[in-house]
Ligand binder design. Structure first.
Ligand SMILES: Cc1cc2nc3c(=O)[nH]c(=O)nc-3n(C[C@H](O)[C@H](O)[C@H](O)COP(=O)(O)O)c2cc1C
Length: 209
């Protein structure tokens, strides 16, 4: 079946080397970031931040902190995906702000915050648990950005093989606010793509009727 979403899924692969002479136009970067911004998140908290690096010197410094993977320095734009820590805590006031922004009444906001605190009681008790929860959600934004990029024939590679602490230090991150979740280089391939290898659908699905 011909379908633009599936075409993008088929176009995407984990690109290992980008063409250093090609730069993604600003409008396309905005389109990709919008796909991240529009992604779903638990309680609509949007627990992420995207840092977009085009600076060559900084990319070169980051590459050794990502197991020397050549995608880091050869890409056009390097998206550093951060997972929120402090602003998902009720005491930050952000939870209330987000709920109010959705047009929730004061009463409904109060009720939802109670639900939030109760549902997340085992998560909100440590920054480490919060990171597990929010970084999972950043992967949804990352997936949407990769598919959006592929729809424009822009390549990407999700990268998790990195030295989290050293990158956070290099980027001067306040880790009580945000922590590194995923590194996402974007650009144009400078190699033959690898073949898409997947298990058959029957093996990974089970229908219960
Ligand atoms: C969470 C995550 C982390 C990954 N980390 C890396 C990485 O550090 N380096 C890399 O080259 N590919 C990385 N990949 C890409 C996978 O290796 C790749 O998606 C998988 O082998 C399937 O290949 P395909 O995406 O080309 O179809 C990562 C993928 C995911 C989802």
């Amino acid at each position: 079946m011909e379908n633009s979403c599936m075409n993008a899924m088929d176009f995407r692969y984990a690109c290992k080397l980008f063409n250093e002479t090609k730069t993604i136009p600003d409008a396309d970067i905005t389109f990709i970031l919008e796909a991240g911004r529009k992604s779903p998140s638990a309680f609509g908290m949007e627990p992420w931040k995207f840092i977009i690096i085009t600076n060559k010197e900084l990319k070169n410094k980051l590459q050794p902190l990502c197991d020397n993977q050549p995608q880091i320095s050869s890409c056009s734009h390097l998206i550093i995906i951060l997972a929120a820590i402090s602003n998902v805590k009720v005491e930050s006031g952000e939870v209330k702000n987000r709920l109010r922004a959705k047009g929730m009444s004061q009463e409904a906001t109060k009720h939802t915050i109670e639900l939030y605190k109760n549902h997340l009681k085992d998560i909100l008790n440590s920054d480490q648990n919060i990171y597990q929860w929010t970084s999972k959600q950043t992967f949804i934004a990352a997936a949407n950005m990769m598919t959006a990029a592929a729809s424009l024939e822009i390549d990407s590679c999700p990268i998790e093989r990195f030295d989290k602490n050293h990158i956070e230090k290099l980027l001067n991150l306040d880790t009580t606010q945000y922590q590194l979740s995923l590194v996402l280089p974007l650009g144009y391939r400078a190699e033959h793509r690898t073949k898409q290898v997947r298990q058959p659908l029957e093996k990974i699905t089970e229908f219960i009727q």
